[in-house]
Design a protein around this ligand. Sequence first.
Ligand SMILES: [Fe+2]
Ligand SMILES: [Fe+2]
Length: 399
Amino acid sequence: MALKLNPHVVSPSRKLTSFAMPPVANVGLRSPRFFMASTLRSDSREVGNSKKPFMPPREVHVQVTHSMPPQKIEIFKSMDNWAEKNILVHLKPVEKCWQAQDFLPDPASDGFEEQVRELRERAKEIPDDYFVVLVGDMVTEEALPTYQTMLNTLDGVRDETGASLTPWAIWTRAWTAEENRHGDLLNKYLYLCGRVDMRQIEKTIQYLIGSGMDPRTENNPYLGFIYTSFQERATFISHGNTARLAKEHGEMKLAQICGTIASDEKRHETAYTKIVEKLFEIDPNGTVSAFADMMRKKISMPAHLMFDGRDDNLFEHFSAVAQRLGVYTAKDYADILEFLVGRWKVEELTGLSAEGRKAQDYVCTLPPRIRRLEERAQGRAKEGPTIPFSWIFDRKLKL
Ligand SMILES: [Fe+2]
Ligand SMILES: [Fe+2]
């Protein structure tokens, strides 16, 4: 695991839970192209008075750029008509889309204050650990500028002008616009419920957008769309689980909110997995190699550089709570991988090159290996520490 290479950023919780980047470092060889850059932030003091105007990202890998051979850009150009017919259909017209206001008290209505009071009463029944997970999910959604930037790093599919009319660019802008409602809705719910420290949360969002993300997709749309396929499914699972738990806590409105967001993620997953399915059809060797490459590097979660100005291991701590509550776990990571292997019929690929066959074997045998390692890690796991979360006014939670 990448983080383990630097003692400054290893938290005790990391040994217990590692869903974001399961401990599969021993499973495959890390490409020699990649090694860790030094960690730029190593203490955990409040940095409010720091002389540095911006916090650097906590850790980034050596940045590999433009790893797709230039001639393959033609593949994406030749897919324009296909993408228009097959991908844009997964966007919903704005007039048919839900908006955050559909789920929230209407500030223009006479009943607003009463509706807010009711919302706050219902939210009182929900435990702190649930809120920490919901906040982490919301912060992840709120870093949307980073994800649109990431999509626009991808060679052959980026939005070259900001209003480009290629189907890829139309998709990316409309996808962003759909996603934008997720953070909006969760943010407004959390604001109204009165259970969380909004200022700390807002700082976390500002830090995170400033830090960006390091998905190691190398401007390479093969890697990029494999990454987004994985991520959309991960968010589908995670929002689905926060919906289920909200229902268990009797907050049906919040369950509906999280469930509605989850169904958007599912639709996005369908689109991204379809792109990769098509790439498998056109270029099976290149696509299976990209899949193996992405999985060797491990899928880092989009908010892995999260920081609130206090907790240097905030992402690991949030992840530990998400794992304990079953919102997103190491098992989910292996399940998603297994799902994608099946979705893209990777086992059934024939006629591959030697390198392709090696990549095929790697990804097809990876899910059970991840599960075995995770079970072993769970068996060794000691009781987690109890730590404060600034998002809930420094109340402490067990990891
Ligand atoms: Fe989302
Ligand atoms: Fe999404």
